[in-house]
Design a binder for this molecule. Structure first.
Ligand code: N01
Length: 464
């Protein structure tokens, strides 16, 4: 957003960042084995192609370095105020009054780039405060810890856990993997990108563009299975079933690891080393629910005590209960939490009725299970920029999406959602809120979202 604002000639903006550097999720998630599960040539900005990606699915340090490079290459760092945590912001007299831990600001427009996968989710485990060992979340990895000789409990088997479990399994003495729901795991078609390929990408950027387009369209075809004809997911599921059968020979363990929902209902995971790691003799897959934590271990509902000295939460993030909901107050004293009492919603996942001059990046129903979030983010950036340009060109001071426009959009999203694998696949997931509404994912093709966000339609907004 900052790069695009600058390019469009806007200079009077600041980016408030609570951390000490850029990178977001790719700065915070430093657990061993962390890498992207979307191909890097697509998981990068269209305006900053990187011919140097080392492999199809790049590791976290490379993505973080890329984000730093983009920040410096486009000279937006001077706009960023690091160590500035927003505490609250409210709309008052035609402005946003923003309160941070380092003082107050006033702004004409407020854009939120507070990602939905930013606040770690900690399960409420009885007795956890009495635990005498080490405890941390995958997004707050303890790099000081020496795993050798350790008896480790890992709670959760989502996208993060399946990446760090194979990385730590050879080091630890025992690994107790507390699995509530087994995920579907597909093979990971990763490979190193050769020097020759990199040279070609550098010399002929159009080739890299073509590769990116190829990845985009092959991913886009998956929308048919996820959102349009969910029954075809059963075909894809056969690949995952074969992967499991090939990698896990022990029928008892295979049964434990076999999901009971249709592929795609939860995020599809890719890994070639997760199952082999889980099959090692120092790993115990625990499927009984956790009853309580004691000073030296975890007792499951079947009464078994698992002695451990380290607990790692691979329990994901607070996606549908975002802290930003309590931070923002729009017109008439309405907080975002109040506005979203029937679930998170925004017109085009970007503008919220009752919140003038406020736009969200990765707002409600803009997430993806099949492709690159960067594509969605860039669509929203274009839309917001067009809104700002329209306001400037027409001398508009305030824009606020009309409630009926938002209603129509959200009704459309909810109706499209009914036939998707996320609603029909027989699972619960972080895509759904506490009432079972899917307020996180975009239920259609991403090019459709791009079309809808191409232009800011001022007729859809109340203007002053
Ligand atoms: O979190 P998750 P994550 N007791 O929410 C379990 C992105 N990501 O950090 O399935 C016991 O997926 C929970 O069990 P269940 C990606 O979008 C991307 O792994 O709810 N278990 C589940 O197994 C991803 O989807 C990359 O029954 C409990 C796990 O914890 C998102 O981040 C890499 C529990 C949580 O899984 C989140 O992934 C990594 C409890 N009380 C992450 N509470 C890329 O490569 C939760 N669980 C791009």
């Amino acid at each position: 957003m900052a790069v695009r604002l600058k390019e469009a000639g806007y200079d009077d903006f600041v980016v408030l960042e609570r951390a000490k550097d850029v990178g977001g999720t790719w700065r915070d998630n430093t657990y061993p084995g962390c890498r992207c599960d979307v191909p890097s040539h697509l998981y990068s900005f269209s305006f900053a192609p990187n011919p140097d990606w080392s492999s199809t699915f790049s590791p976290q340090p490379e993505i973080e370095a890329y984000l730093r490079k983009v920040t410096d290459g486009f000279a937006v760092r001077p706009h960023i105020r690091f160590d500035h945590a927003v505490q609250d912001a409210h709309w008052e007299d035609g402005h946003w009054r923003i309160h941070t831990n380092q003082g107050d600001l006033t702004a004409d427009l407020l854009l939120s780039g507070m990602g939905p996968l930013a606040e770690p989710s900690y399960p409420k485990l009885t007795g956890i405060e009495s635990f005498e060992g080490e405890v941390f979340h995958s997004a707050q990895w303890d790099h000081e810890l020496d795993f050798s000789g350790r008896k480790v409990a890992v709670i959760g088997t989502g996208a993060s856990a399946i990446q760090f479990v194979p990385a730590i399994q050879p080091e630890v003495e025992e690994l107790h993997l507390f699995q509530r729901t087994p995920p579907w795991v597909m093979p990971r078609p990763d490979r190193r990108i050769s020097k020759a390929e990199k040279r070609i990408y550098k010399a002929f950027p159009l080739v890299q563009k073509a590769v990116r387009a190829g990845i985009y369209w092959s991913r886009e075809s998956l929308v048919l299975g996820f959102a349009k004809l969910p029954r075809i997911m059963k075909q894809g599921q056969k690949i995952a079933e074969r992967h499991l059968a090939q990698q896990i020979r022990d029928p008892e363990l295979r049964a434990k690891l076999t999901p009971d929902f249709t592929l795609g209902c939860k995020r599809v995971l890719i890994s070639d080393d997760y199952y082999p790691a889980v099959a090692q003799p120092n790993v115990d897959v625990v499927t009984d629910a956790i009853h309580e934590v004691t000073p030296t271990g975890i007792i499951t509902e079947d009464g078994v005590k698992h002695e451990v000295d380290t607990i790692i939460y691979g329990t994901g993030f607070r996606v549908t209960d975002l802290p930003v909901m309590d931070m923002l107050t729009g017109r008439d004293g309405l907080t975002l939490r109040e506005a979203w009492s029937d679930g998170m919603e925004a017109h085009l996942g970007t503008a919220v009725s009752g919140f003038p001059n406020f736009f969200l990046l990765i707002g409600p129903n803009t997430g993806l299970g099949h492709s690159s979030m960067v594509f969605m983010i860039e669509s929203q950036i274009a839309y917001i920029l067009d809104a700002i340009k329209t306001m400037d060109a027409e001398g508009i001071k305030e824009v606020e999406v009309r409630p009926e426009v938002q209603r129509e959009f959200v009704d459309g999203v909810r109706s499209s959602m009914r036939n998707t694998i996320w609603s029909r696949g027989g699972c619960t997931s972080w895509y759904l809120d506490s009432e079972g509404r899917n307020t996180t994912l975009w239920p259609s093709f991403t090019f459709r979202f791009r079309q809808l966000t191409r232009h800011f339609d001022r007729g859809q907004y109340l203007t002053r």
